[in-house]
Ligand binder design. Structure first.
Ligand code: SF4
Length: 438
């Protein structure tokens, strides 16, 4: 550790909201501060520096961000408070106006914390705002950091060029960009040396990897497969139009790329997909699911859906539900539409009431639970390889199979971060996992 005398022993506290990418980026900021001499504040311990990494995917996310910032300021009197992330990028003045905030860094400026700390941790008389405009957001560097659990997260790409009508990410995170395959793979090699067993490949629009370097996501997948020491890769959310048959075929024969896919459908109605300006029709989605199933019959397929976007009529919703019912998928991640400033969706007529959004969300949550339970039931009695995680809950530990079934067993410290073969028994008490027969 290099360290910096003025920071040795100082405590830093983090709070992260939003997507996996934000969590990866918080870990990276944490690593950098630890290298400067900081220590992570334990629960209940007062921090000298507080970092809030915000999200702005919905109005609720903005509100949560404000609540957390106020709470951090209250619980850590005199601490130097830094706010970054998408909310800070989209509404820097709103964030700067909050009592006790010292530094606001836009989504692209979040790694610029250190230069601001070099002058010490004295609270500013005026809030400093550093905020790169979207058009100027260009740089990118890949990172691979350990998440809260056993898995590592490899950030391979940032930004998005798609401009789906409801989405604010392209405004907050800028154009799609990535580092080269070689630079990215180097991060995985470093993680392997640290003892990483499983890496989750993350980004905003990961299938777009390679656009800024003249390479492709498939080339990255093939190169990562060669890294010694890493036993599993999971591809996180990937647009269906970018999840090509070649990538699916490669995953099917790879020993490292697991049979687990997370694909955003967003809506099962072609009319709504057109309003959303998504780049596929539902038939393409159904074809992708079919290809995955024909090659990997036990693959777990998680699907994102949004309910209640402007223009989603009752009949479009019913049509979408019927379509989703017919898909061989394992789980839905259901989001309720939230109006975001500066997005085209605001101009689409046909607002859905809050009560109706709630109803539609419940319909899909129920369908999701049916699909997950059916998928888990199919796995009972099989042998599976489980990577065990560190967390202990009521004498139990949990892990995931390669095809993303959550498994429970009595806690055994020696198993943490190891992969063992188990026989899958029935459901645990709250049916959130299958019990390993030990
Ligand atoms: S693909 Fe669409 S929904 Fe996803 S980040 Fe890009 S604009 Fe947003």
């Amino acid at each position: 550790m290099s360290g910096n005398a003025q920071f040795i022993g100082k405590k830093v506290s983090f709070h992260t909201l939003g997507c996996k990418l934000n969590f990866v980026e918080t870990s990276e900021i944490g690593n950098r501060l630890i290298n400067m001499g900081f220590e992570i504040a334990k629960k209940g311990e007062k921090a000298d520096v507080c970092v809030v990494n915000t999200c702005s995917v919905t109005e609720v996310a903005d509100r949560k961000g404000r609540q957390i910032i106020k709470q951090m300021v209250r619980q850590n009197p005199g601490a130097y408070v830094i706010v970054t992330g998408c909310y800070a990028q989209l509404k820097p003045d709103e964030v700067a106006a909050l009592e006790g905030v010292d530094l606001v860094l836009g989504a692209h400026d979040k790694f610029d914390i250190l230069p601001h700390l070099q002058d010490g941790l004295t609270k500013n008389s005026e809030t400093i705002v550093e905020h790169t405009k979207r058009s100027e957001i260009k740089s990118f560097f890949p990172t691979c950091t350990r998440g809260d659990r056993t898995r590592y997260f490899l950030k391979v790409q940032d930004g998005c060029d798609y401009f789906c009508t409801y989405c604010t990410i392209p405004i907050a995170r800028g154009k799609s960009r990535n580092a080269s395959v070689e630079e990215t793979v180097q991060q995985a090699r470093i993680a392997a040396k640290e003892g990483a067993k499983e890496i989750v490949i993350t980004g905003v629009n990961i299938g777009d990897f390679g656009k800024s370097t003249g390479e492709t996501f498939e080339q990255l997948v093939r190169a990562l497969d060669e890294v010694e020491g890493i036993e599993r890769y999971r591809i996180s959310s990937i647009e269906p139009n970018l999840l090509t048959d070649e990538i699916i075929r490669f995953c099917a024969q790879s020993k490292k790329f697991v049979p687990h896919f997370h694909i955003p459908l967003q809506c099962g109605s072609d009319d709504v997909l057109a309003l959303m300006k998504r780049r596929y029709k539902r038939q393409l989605f159904a074809d992708r699911i079919h290809t995955i199933h024909s090659l990997m019959p036990n693959a777990f397929i998680g699907v994102d859906v949004i309910v209640g976007t402007n223009g989603e009529t009752e009949s479009f919703f019913e049509d979408a539900v019927e379509f989703i019912k017919g898909l061989q998928i394992s789980q839905l991640h259901v989001f309720s539409y939230s109006e975001r400033p500066n997005t085209f969706a605001l101009q689409i007529p046909g607002k859905v009431s809050v009560a109706e959004k709630k109803r539609r969300s419940e319909v899909l949550h129920d369908l999701s639970e049916e699909k997950r339970i059916a998928f888990y039931e199919r796995m009972i009695g099989r042998e599976a390889l489980v990577l065990w995680e560190e967390k202990r809950t009521g004498g139990k530990m949990h892990g995931f199979t390669d095809n993303y079934v959550r498994v429970e067993r009595p806690y055994d410290r020696s198993l943490v971060n190891t992969i063992t073969s188990v026989s899958l028994g029935g459901f645990n008490e709250d049916i959130s996992a299958l019990v390993a027969i030990v």
